[in-house]
Design a protein. Structure first.
Length: 224
């Protein structure tokens, strides 16, 4: 499965929701951002390693994230940024349902649901030789595209109230202040909205957040 969406659209939240609504809900949900780790570290994190497999390897070795997600779900965020070499090993996991720790020759069976996410066009990446075609067909069985915040304005107020209650249940929005949120297109998507609500909490006098509070923190120019 591939979750496609721009940065900040909360792809991991969608992946977590899919896991929570499945029969694997009581098993582990493991998430890793493939773009945030260098190739060598990503490989050891995903597959684990045995003692002495490389310099600074932990005594006793370490289980990888695929092992930790056994019988649950692993979420591979930004899979489009994964190197071709690591892609080949991930493909083997999907095909054979087994992993081998770095420096070891022991095969470890794994039963996992793999959900991936990307902000790049994987078809174009395949054409450019940056993404394996066989892995693309493996993960692209089902594709979910998350719209930007500008394309889902009906969710902005609901999300703003959710974030507010999650951070501080004693504060509430006035109706006009919620409508003011719709005057901005939120190019940073849900992540930007979440950050904005946290700023409101710090700067608002309360107990209600009024329109003036919202407009004072929004950019002066509308983005639509």
């Amino acid at each position: 499965m591939v979750i496609d969406g721009r940065t900040g659209t909360c792809k991991e939240m969608f992946a977590q929701s899919i896991h929570n609504a499945s029969l694997r809900v009581n098993e582990p949900f493991v998430a890793v951002n493939c773009a945030s780790l260098p190739e060598s570290l990503l490989e050891s994190e995903l597959f684990g390693y045995v003692e002495g497999s490389f310099t600074d390897a932990r005594k006793g070795g370490k289980a990888g994230l695929f092992e930790l997600a056994h019988q649950g779900t692993i979420f591979l965020d930004e899979i489009g940024d994964m190197s071709i070499a690591v892609q080949a090993k991930v493909l083997r996991v999907l095909q054979e349902k087994e992993i081998i720790r770095l420096g070891d020759n022991k095969v470890i069976p794994v039963d996992i649901r793999v959900i991936t996410a990307t902000h790049v066009d994987l078809r174009e990446a395949v054409k450019e030789g940056k993404f394996r075609e066989d892995l693309f067909y493996r993960v692209n069985v089902l594709k979910i595209t998350i719209p930007t915040s500008a394309e889902r304005k009906e969710d902005i107020c609901l999300l703003a109230e959710h974030f507010l209650q999650k951070c501080n249940a004693s504060l509430t929005f006035e109706a006009d202040s919620l409508r003011a949120l719709l005057e901005y297109d939120w190019p940073g998507n849900i992540r930007e909205l979440h950050n904005f609500i946290e700023r409101l909490l710090v700067l608002s006098d309360g107990p209600k957040i009024v329109k003036r509070d919202v407009l004072s923190l929004l950019p002066f120019e509308k983005t639509h």
